[in-house]
Design a protein around this ligand. Structure first.
Ligand code: G6P
Length: 367
Protein backbone atom coordinates (compact mmCIF):
# COMPACT_ATOMS: atom_id res chain seq x y z
CA UNK A 1 0.00 0.00 0.00
CA UNK A 2 2.74 2.44 1.07
CA UNK A 3 4.75 1.58 -2.04
CA UNK A 4 1.73 2.18 -4.25
CA UNK A 5 1.30 5.58 -2.67
CA UNK A 6 4.79 6.46 -3.83
CA UNK A 7 5.73 8.25 -0.62
CA UNK A 8 2.52 10.28 -0.41
CA UNK A 9 0.37 9.90 2.72
CA UNK A 10 -2.73 9.08 0.67
CA UNK A 11 -3.76 8.35 -2.89
CA UNK A 12 -5.71 11.56 -3.17
CA UNK A 13 -2.58 13.68 -2.68
CA UNK A 14 -0.55 11.45 -4.99
CA UNK A 15 -3.20 11.81 -7.66
CA UNK A 16 -3.38 15.58 -7.26
CA UNK A 17 0.39 15.69 -7.82
CA UNK A 18 -0.15 13.65 -10.98
CA UNK A 19 -2.33 16.35 -12.48
CA UNK A 20 0.38 18.16 -14.44
CA UNK A 21 1.38 14.85 -16.04
CA UNK A 22 -2.27 14.04 -16.76
CA UNK A 23 -2.67 17.32 -18.64
CA UNK A 24 0.54 16.76 -20.59
CA UNK A 25 -0.35 13.19 -21.51
CA UNK A 26 -3.94 14.04 -22.45
CA UNK A 27 -2.65 16.69 -24.85
CA UNK A 28 0.26 14.65 -26.21
CA UNK A 29 -0.01 14.05 -29.94
CA UNK A 30 -3.14 16.17 -30.29
CA UNK A 31 -1.48 19.05 -32.14
CA UNK A 32 0.50 18.09 -35.19
CA UNK A 33 1.84 20.75 -37.54
CA UNK A 34 -0.56 23.23 -36.03
CA UNK A 35 -3.65 21.07 -36.50
CA UNK A 36 -5.76 19.20 -33.96
CA UNK A 37 -5.53 15.43 -34.35
CA UNK A 38 -8.46 13.19 -33.50
CA UNK A 39 -7.96 10.31 -35.85
CA UNK A 40 -9.53 7.79 -33.50
CA UNK A 41 -12.84 9.64 -33.53
CA UNK A 42 -13.24 8.41 -37.09
CA UNK A 43 -14.69 11.79 -37.84
CA UNK A 44 -17.00 12.16 -40.70
CA UNK A 45 -16.66 15.90 -41.09
CA UNK A 46 -19.94 16.24 -43.01
CA UNK A 47 -21.82 14.53 -40.20
CA UNK A 48 -20.12 16.65 -37.60
CA UNK A 49 -20.74 19.81 -39.54
CA UNK A 50 -24.46 18.93 -39.49
CA UNK A 51 -24.61 18.70 -35.67
CA UNK A 52 -27.22 21.12 -34.38
CA UNK A 53 -27.18 20.27 -30.67
CA UNK A 54 -24.73 18.85 -28.17
CA UNK A 55 -25.73 17.01 -25.00
CA UNK A 56 -23.08 16.30 -22.43
CA UNK A 57 -24.20 13.53 -20.11
CA UNK A 58 -22.38 12.36 -17.03
CA UNK A 59 -22.61 11.84 -13.26
CA UNK A 60 -20.78 13.27 -10.27
CA UNK A 61 -17.50 15.00 -10.92
CA UNK A 62 -17.70 14.12 -14.62
CA UNK A 63 -20.91 16.14 -14.81
CA UNK A 64 -19.01 19.16 -13.50
CA UNK A 65 -16.41 18.77 -16.25
CA UNK A 66 -19.37 18.93 -18.61
CA UNK A 67 -20.61 22.21 -17.09
CA UNK A 68 -17.26 23.78 -17.88
CA UNK A 69 -17.24 22.39 -21.42
CA UNK A 70 -20.68 23.78 -22.21
CA UNK A 71 -19.27 27.29 -21.90
CA UNK A 72 -16.42 26.53 -24.28
CA UNK A 73 -18.47 24.65 -26.85
CA UNK A 74 -21.08 27.39 -27.07
CA UNK A 75 -18.48 30.17 -27.12
CA UNK A 76 -16.31 28.64 -29.81
CA UNK A 77 -18.72 26.73 -32.04
CA UNK A 78 -22.04 28.48 -31.29
CA UNK A 79 -23.71 25.05 -31.22
CA UNK A 80 -26.32 24.91 -28.43
CA UNK A 81 -25.03 22.63 -25.68
CA UNK A 82 -26.85 21.20 -22.69
CA UNK A 83 -25.33 19.33 -19.79
CA UNK A 84 -27.42 16.82 -17.96
CA UNK A 85 -26.93 14.23 -15.25
CA UNK A 86 -27.37 10.84 -16.86
CA UNK A 87 -29.99 9.61 -14.39
CA UNK A 88 -32.29 12.48 -15.41
CA UNK A 89 -31.54 12.37 -19.12
CA UNK A 90 -32.44 8.69 -19.42
CA UNK A 91 -35.85 9.03 -17.80
CA UNK A 92 -37.19 12.00 -19.66
CA UNK A 93 -37.70 12.38 -23.34
CA UNK A 94 -34.85 14.65 -24.41
CA UNK A 95 -34.78 16.03 -27.94
CA UNK A 96 -32.27 13.67 -29.50
CA UNK A 97 -32.11 13.24 -33.27
CA UNK A 98 -29.52 12.00 -35.77
CA UNK A 99 -28.07 15.51 -35.81
CA UNK A 100 -27.45 15.46 -32.04
CA UNK A 101 -23.96 14.87 -30.71
CA UNK A 102 -23.97 13.19 -27.30
CA UNK A 103 -20.76 13.50 -25.35
CA UNK A 104 -20.71 11.00 -22.50
CA UNK A 105 -18.11 11.68 -19.84
CA UNK A 106 -17.15 8.95 -17.40
CA UNK A 107 -13.82 8.32 -15.69
CA UNK A 108 -14.56 4.62 -15.22
CA UNK A 109 -16.53 4.20 -18.43
CA UNK A 110 -18.88 1.91 -16.56
CA UNK A 111 -21.34 4.12 -14.69
CA UNK A 112 -24.74 2.47 -15.18
CA UNK A 113 -26.80 5.63 -15.69
CA UNK A 114 -24.33 7.08 -18.19
CA UNK A 115 -24.24 3.86 -20.20
CA UNK A 116 -28.03 3.62 -20.25
CA UNK A 117 -28.27 7.21 -21.48
CA UNK A 118 -25.74 6.46 -24.22
CA UNK A 119 -27.73 3.42 -25.35
CA UNK A 120 -30.96 5.42 -25.50
CA UNK A 121 -29.29 8.20 -27.48
CA UNK A 122 -27.85 5.78 -30.01
CA UNK A 123 -31.24 4.17 -30.55
CA UNK A 124 -32.48 7.64 -31.45
CA UNK A 125 -29.70 7.97 -34.01
CA UNK A 126 -27.41 10.36 -32.16
CA UNK A 127 -23.67 10.21 -32.64
CA UNK A 128 -21.96 9.43 -29.33
CA UNK A 129 -18.47 10.40 -28.25
CA UNK A 130 -17.15 8.93 -25.03
CA UNK A 131 -14.59 10.62 -22.83
CA UNK A 132 -13.10 8.11 -20.43
CA UNK A 133 -10.00 7.05 -18.57
CA UNK A 134 -10.41 3.32 -19.03
CA UNK A 135 -9.33 1.69 -22.26
CA UNK A 136 -11.79 -0.95 -23.39
CA UNK A 137 -14.45 0.10 -20.86
CA UNK A 138 -18.14 -0.33 -21.81
CA UNK A 139 -18.37 3.37 -22.66
CA UNK A 140 -15.36 3.10 -24.96
CA UNK A 141 -16.87 0.06 -26.68
CA UNK A 142 -20.31 1.53 -27.09
CA UNK A 143 -19.38 4.98 -28.39
CA UNK A 144 -18.89 6.02 -32.00
CA UNK A 145 -15.62 7.63 -30.99
CA UNK A 146 -13.55 7.88 -27.80
CA UNK A 147 -11.19 10.43 -26.41
CA UNK A 148 -9.09 8.91 -23.66
CA UNK A 149 -7.93 11.02 -20.81
CA UNK A 150 -4.51 9.84 -19.81
CA UNK A 151 -4.91 10.06 -16.05
CA UNK A 152 -3.78 6.43 -15.43
CA UNK A 153 -5.49 4.49 -12.68
CA UNK A 154 -7.24 6.66 -10.13
CA UNK A 155 -7.63 4.95 -6.76
CA UNK A 156 -8.99 7.59 -4.37
CA UNK A 157 -12.79 7.52 -4.57
CA UNK A 158 -13.04 11.28 -5.02
CA UNK A 159 -11.97 12.14 -8.56
CA UNK A 160 -9.14 14.66 -8.91
CA UNK A 161 -6.67 14.08 -11.73
CA UNK A 162 -9.35 12.46 -13.90
CA UNK A 163 -11.43 15.64 -13.58
CA UNK A 164 -8.58 17.75 -14.92
CA UNK A 165 -8.00 15.24 -17.70
CA UNK A 166 -11.68 15.42 -18.61
CA UNK A 167 -11.65 19.20 -18.70
CA UNK A 168 -8.56 19.13 -20.90
CA UNK A 169 -10.09 16.56 -23.29
CA UNK A 170 -13.40 18.44 -23.44
CA UNK A 171 -11.52 21.65 -24.14
CA UNK A 172 -9.86 19.98 -27.11
CA UNK A 173 -13.24 18.77 -28.34
CA UNK A 174 -14.66 22.29 -27.99
CA UNK A 175 -11.70 23.60 -29.99
CA UNK A 176 -12.32 21.01 -32.67
CA UNK A 177 -15.99 21.94 -32.95
CA UNK A 178 -14.98 25.60 -33.02
CA UNK A 179 -12.60 24.88 -35.86
CA UNK A 180 -15.25 22.97 -37.81
CA UNK A 181 -17.79 25.73 -37.37
CA UNK A 182 -15.38 28.50 -38.24
CA UNK A 183 -15.66 30.00 -34.76
CA UNK A 184 -11.92 29.65 -34.21
CA UNK A 185 -9.13 30.36 -36.66
CA UNK A 186 -6.11 28.10 -36.98
CA UNK A 187 -4.03 30.76 -35.24
CA UNK A 188 -6.48 30.91 -32.35
CA UNK A 189 -6.49 27.13 -32.02
CA UNK A 190 -2.71 27.10 -31.78
CA UNK A 191 -2.70 29.82 -29.17
CA UNK A 192 -5.41 28.12 -27.10
CA UNK A 193 -3.60 24.80 -27.29
CA UNK A 194 -0.38 26.39 -26.08
CA UNK A 195 -2.14 28.06 -23.18
CA UNK A 196 -3.95 24.84 -22.31
CA UNK A 197 -0.61 23.02 -22.27
CA UNK A 198 0.85 25.75 -20.03
CA UNK A 199 -1.66 24.89 -17.31
CA UNK A 200 0.47 21.82 -16.46
CA UNK A 201 3.33 24.04 -15.37
CA UNK A 202 0.95 26.44 -13.64
CA UNK A 203 -0.45 23.57 -11.57
CA UNK A 204 3.10 22.70 -10.54
CA UNK A 205 3.49 26.26 -9.36
CA UNK A 206 0.30 25.97 -7.28
CA UNK A 207 1.48 22.68 -5.78
CA UNK A 208 4.82 24.20 -4.81
CA UNK A 209 3.26 26.41 -2.13
CA UNK A 210 0.14 25.22 -0.37
CA UNK A 211 0.56 27.01 2.98
CA UNK A 212 -2.34 29.43 2.51
CA UNK A 213 -4.63 26.62 1.40
CA UNK A 214 -3.76 24.73 4.61
CA UNK A 215 -4.28 27.80 6.78
CA UNK A 216 -7.66 28.55 5.19
CA UNK A 217 -8.72 24.93 5.62
CA UNK A 218 -7.83 24.96 9.31
CA UNK A 219 -9.89 28.10 9.76
CA UNK A 220 -12.92 26.35 8.24
CA UNK A 221 -12.57 22.87 9.65
CA UNK A 222 -15.11 23.18 12.45
CA UNK A 223 -17.84 24.74 10.36
CA UNK A 224 -21.18 23.01 9.82
CA UNK A 225 -21.70 24.43 6.36
CA UNK A 226 -19.80 26.12 3.59
CA UNK A 227 -20.83 28.04 0.54
CA UNK A 228 -18.89 28.18 -2.73
CA UNK A 229 -19.66 31.07 -5.04
CA UNK A 230 -18.42 32.37 -8.35
CA UNK A 231 -19.65 33.58 -11.72
CA UNK A 232 -19.27 32.22 -15.21
CA UNK A 233 -16.56 29.59 -15.35
CA UNK A 234 -15.98 30.39 -11.68
CA UNK A 235 -19.44 29.14 -10.75
CA UNK A 236 -18.89 25.82 -12.50
CA UNK A 237 -15.67 25.26 -10.55
CA UNK A 238 -17.60 25.94 -7.36
CA UNK A 239 -19.88 22.96 -7.97
CA UNK A 240 -16.88 20.69 -8.05
CA UNK A 241 -15.24 22.40 -5.05
CA UNK A 242 -18.38 21.89 -2.97
CA UNK A 243 -18.76 18.29 -4.09
CA UNK A 244 -15.15 17.48 -3.14
CA UNK A 245 -15.70 18.94 0.33
CA UNK A 246 -18.96 17.03 0.88
CA UNK A 247 -17.53 13.76 -0.37
CA UNK A 248 -14.45 13.57 1.80
CA UNK A 249 -15.02 15.80 4.84
CA UNK A 250 -18.80 15.27 5.35
CA UNK A 251 -19.14 19.00 5.78
CA UNK A 252 -22.30 20.29 4.16
CA UNK A 253 -21.31 22.45 1.22
CA UNK A 254 -23.32 24.14 -1.44
CA UNK A 255 -22.32 25.91 -4.62
CA UNK A 256 -24.15 28.88 -6.05
CA UNK A 257 -23.80 31.24 -8.93
CA UNK A 258 -22.79 34.35 -6.98
CA UNK A 259 -25.50 36.47 -8.59
CA UNK A 260 -28.10 34.22 -6.98
CA UNK A 261 -26.88 34.97 -3.44
CA UNK A 262 -29.51 37.62 -2.94
CA UNK A 263 -32.25 35.16 -3.87
CA UNK A 264 -31.68 32.90 -0.90
CA UNK A 265 -28.25 31.79 0.22
CA UNK A 266 -27.32 35.13 1.76
CA UNK A 267 -29.89 34.39 4.46
CA UNK A 268 -27.60 31.62 5.69
CA UNK A 269 -24.62 33.87 6.34
CA UNK A 270 -23.84 34.63 9.95
CA UNK A 271 -20.52 35.46 11.63
CA UNK A 272 -17.84 32.92 10.81
CA UNK A 273 -19.78 31.22 8.00
CA UNK A 274 -17.20 30.05 5.43
CA UNK A 275 -17.71 31.39 1.92
CA UNK A 276 -15.22 30.19 -0.66
CA UNK A 277 -15.14 32.52 -3.63
CA UNK A 278 -13.61 31.94 -7.03
CA UNK A 279 -12.56 35.53 -7.75
CA UNK A 280 -10.02 35.15 -10.51
CA UNK A 281 -9.73 37.91 -13.12
CA UNK A 282 -12.65 37.54 -15.47
CA UNK A 283 -15.21 39.77 -17.16
CA UNK A 284 -17.34 39.56 -14.00
CA UNK A 285 -14.56 40.17 -11.48
CA UNK A 286 -16.09 43.42 -10.16
CA UNK A 287 -19.44 41.74 -9.62
CA UNK A 288 -17.75 38.97 -7.66
CA UNK A 289 -16.05 41.57 -5.45
CA UNK A 290 -19.47 43.06 -4.69
CA UNK A 291 -20.71 39.61 -3.75
CA UNK A 292 -17.75 39.19 -1.40
CA UNK A 293 -18.54 42.54 0.23
CA UNK A 294 -22.13 41.46 0.79
CA UNK A 295 -20.90 38.33 2.53
CA UNK A 296 -18.28 40.17 4.59
CA UNK A 297 -20.87 42.69 5.74
CA UNK A 298 -22.69 39.76 7.35
CA UNK A 299 -19.59 38.39 9.04
CA UNK A 300 -18.66 35.60 6.63
CA UNK A 301 -15.20 34.08 6.71
CA UNK A 302 -14.13 34.61 3.10
CA UNK A 303 -11.59 32.44 1.35
CA UNK A 304 -10.84 33.78 -2.13
CA UNK A 305 -9.13 32.07 -5.02
CA UNK A 306 -7.59 35.00 -6.90
CA UNK A 307 -5.21 35.84 -9.70
CA UNK A 308 -1.57 36.42 -8.83
CA UNK A 309 -0.84 40.12 -8.54
CA UNK A 310 -4.38 41.06 -7.45
CA UNK A 311 -3.71 43.19 -4.35
CA UNK A 312 -7.22 44.66 -4.24
CA UNK A 313 -8.77 41.38 -3.14
CA UNK A 314 -6.78 41.32 0.09
CA UNK A 315 -8.99 44.14 1.37
CA UNK A 316 -12.05 41.96 1.05
CA UNK A 317 -11.08 38.40 1.92
CA UNK A 318 -9.74 36.72 5.05
CA UNK A 319 -7.60 34.30 3.08
CA UNK A 320 -6.39 34.79 -0.47
CA UNK A 321 -5.14 31.78 -2.40
CA UNK A 322 -3.28 33.04 -5.46
CA UNK A 323 -3.09 31.13 -8.70
CA UNK A 324 -1.19 32.07 -11.87
CA UNK A 325 -2.81 34.37 -14.39
CA UNK A 326 -4.53 32.42 -17.18
CA UNK A 327 -7.22 33.02 -19.75
CA UNK A 328 -10.58 32.91 -17.96
CA UNK A 329 -11.65 29.57 -19.44
CA UNK A 330 -8.45 27.86 -18.30
CA UNK A 331 -9.00 28.94 -14.72
CA UNK A 332 -11.38 25.97 -14.67
CA UNK A 333 -8.28 23.82 -14.58
CA UNK A 334 -5.99 25.85 -12.36
CA UNK A 335 -8.57 27.02 -9.78
CA UNK A 336 -9.81 23.48 -9.25
CA UNK A 337 -6.47 22.39 -7.80
CA UNK A 338 -6.54 24.56 -4.65
CA UNK A 339 -10.18 23.57 -4.10
CA UNK A 340 -9.21 19.89 -4.14
CA UNK A 341 -6.36 20.52 -1.70
CA UNK A 342 -8.64 22.63 0.49
CA UNK A 343 -11.19 19.81 0.73
CA UNK A 344 -8.46 17.29 1.51
CA UNK A 345 -6.95 19.44 4.29
CA UNK A 346 -10.34 19.95 5.92
CA UNK A 347 -11.12 16.24 5.69
CA UNK A 348 -7.80 15.32 7.30
CA UNK A 349 -8.28 17.93 10.02
CA UNK A 350 -11.65 16.34 10.75
CA UNK A 351 -10.09 12.89 10.96
CA UNK A 352 -11.65 11.52 7.78
CA UNK A 353 -10.28 8.89 5.45
CA UNK A 354 -9.75 10.93 2.29
CA UNK A 355 -9.28 7.94 0.00
CA UNK A 356 -12.25 5.87 1.11
CA UNK A 357 -15.11 8.13 2.18
CA UNK A 358 -18.07 6.43 3.80
CA UNK A 359 -21.03 5.38 1.64
CA UNK A 360 -19.31 6.17 -1.65
CA UNK A 361 -17.95 3.92 -4.39
CA UNK A 362 -15.40 4.68 -7.06
CA UNK A 363 -17.75 3.59 -9.79
CA UNK A 364 -21.47 3.01 -9.64
CA UNK A 365 -22.33 0.14 -11.93
CA UNK A 366 -25.86 -0.39 -10.70
CA UNK A 367 -28.69 2.07 -10.67
C1 G6P B 1 -18.92 8.00 -8.30
C2 G6P B 1 -17.53 8.46 -7.89
C3 G6P B 1 -17.28 9.88 -8.39
C4 G6P B 1 -17.52 9.97 -9.88
C5 G6P B 1 -18.90 9.45 -10.27
C6 G6P B 1 -19.02 9.31 -11.77
O1 G6P B 1 -19.87 8.75 -7.61
O2 G6P B 1 -17.39 8.39 -6.49
O3 G6P B 1 -15.95 10.27 -8.10
O4 G6P B 1 -17.40 11.30 -10.29
O5 G6P B 1 -19.11 8.16 -9.71
O6 G6P B 1 -18.14 8.30 -12.20
P1 G6P B 1 -17.62 8.17 -13.65
O7 G6P B 1 -16.70 6.96 -13.60
O8 G6P B 1 -18.80 7.91 -14.52
O9 G6P B 1 -16.90 9.40 -14.01
Amino acid sequence: DAAEKGGYPDFMLKEIYEEPRTIRDTLAGRMVNGHLQFDELALNYDELAAIDRVYIIACGTSYHAGLIAKNLIEAWSRIPCEVEVASEFRYRNPIVTPSTLVVAVSQSGETADTLAAVRDARIKGAKVFGITNVVGSPLARESDGVIYIKANKEIAVAATKSFLGQVAALTLLAMLLGQLRGGLTTAQIRMLFRELADTAQQIEQILADTDTIEAAALACKDAQNALFIGRGIGSTICYEGALKLKEISYLHAEAYAAGEMKHGPIALIDPGFPVIVVATKSPTYDKVISNIQECKARGALVVAIATEGDEEIKKHADYVIYIPKVRDCFSAITASVPLQLFARSIALARGCDVDQPRNLAKSVTVE
